[in-house]
Design a protein around this ligand. Structure first.
Ligand code: MG
Length: 250
């Protein structure tokens, strides 16, 4: 069931989303080779909790052990932060963060280079960010969920990369995951119709190689089956009469 949000609820989400965006900026400024994903998880959790009323929403969600999800290189999503996973120059690291603030949830992800990355990886990150912007631009009343997926897919496939299909964006707000599902592929004018008050997480996951995924023995970490790198960026977006409002950007 889709739950539309009131103007007031959207303002609360924007306040929480601002804390999330600040958390991302904080993480970005800390990333360097030699740091473990466990250390970065602690940095994120401390930063989120330093804001009155803000809680890392993924901690314990469905039993997840970290405060945030941190996925490196061929890991697509749901990487478990660990003191044993140490970042190296040339890696890319994805910080998927959920914030609960005054009873409302926001969700966003950034992909950050560690030191100097190779040209293909840089292009992967750039294309994924462009795909997200193309998807966001479609989040207007009267459009459909399929318009978002189609826009994302077009940007990705024209660049010669592939879109992950087994994982999708979603409604967000009262809960971390709500209806509708928001796939990163699709056909125009198909699926759920978008209305003002809908709040969704749009989150392209893009692979250098094939689209197929597998889950590691830790039962969380989703990686590319072929071992090629993956980028993931995400914003929580409110559909409004004035157009898409990105709630997780400064
Ligand atoms: Mg997320």
């Amino acid at each position: 069931m889709i739950q539309l949000k009131s103007a007031r609820e959207i303002e609360t989400m924007a306040a929480g989303g601002r804390i999330l965006a600040l958390t991302h900026a904080h993480l970005r400024s800390h990333v360097r080779a030699g740091l473990s994903t466990g250390q970065l998880d602690k940095i994120a959790e401390d930063f989120i909790r330093s804001h009155d009323g803000a809680v890392p929403a993924f901690k314990g969600l469905y039993g997840f052990p970290g405060a945030i999800c941190i996925s490196v290189n061929e890991e697509i999503v749901h990487g478990i932060p660990s003191p044993k996973r140490v970042l190296a120059d040339g890696d890319i690291v994805k910080f998927d963060v959920g914030v609960q603030y005054q009873g409302m949830y926001t969700d966003a992800c950034i992909t950050v280079p560690v030191g100097t990355i190779d040209p293909t990886t840089q292009r992967l990150v750039d294309v994924t960010e462009r795909a997200l912007e193309a998807g966001i631009a479609q989040a207007v009343p009267g459009n459909y969920v399929g318009d978002i997926g189609h826009a994302v897919q077009q940007v990705v496939e024209r660049a010669g990369f592939s879109v992950v299909r087994e994982l999708v964006g979603h409604g967000v707000g009262h809960l971390p995951h709500e209806d509708p599902q928001v796939p990163n592929h699709g056909k125009p004018r198909r699926g759920t119709r978008l209305q003002a008050g809908l709040t969704i997480a749009i989150e392209p996951m893009v692979n250098v190689g094939g689209a197929v995924t597998r889950t590691l023995a830790d039962k969380w970490t989703v990686v590319t089956l072929d071992g090629t790198r993956s980028a993931h960026v995400e914003h929580t977006v409110a559909v409004t009469e004035d157009g898409p409002r990105v709630l997780t950007r400064l």
